[in-house]
Ligand binder design. Sequence first.
Ligand SMILES: [Zn+2]
Length: 70
Amino acid sequence: MNYICDICKGYTAQPLCVRVSEEKVKTEEDRIEINCCKKCGNEIFYKVKNECRGMDIEKTLNHLGVNYPH
Ligand SMILES: [Zn+2]
């Protein structure tokens, strides 16, 4: 089964799931899961880890260039 990458909108058979959460997570809703292809997933994972420290979810998504319904 093919999935659509949330980032590049391309098809991928093995999506990665990248979780974005705020440091003070209160509920499950404070967490966002992005399903994406391996290439995008690796980029996002790297950015979140290295560039988005301390950002809230909205800022993080903006930084990643992800327009995610929230
Ligand atoms: Zn992708």
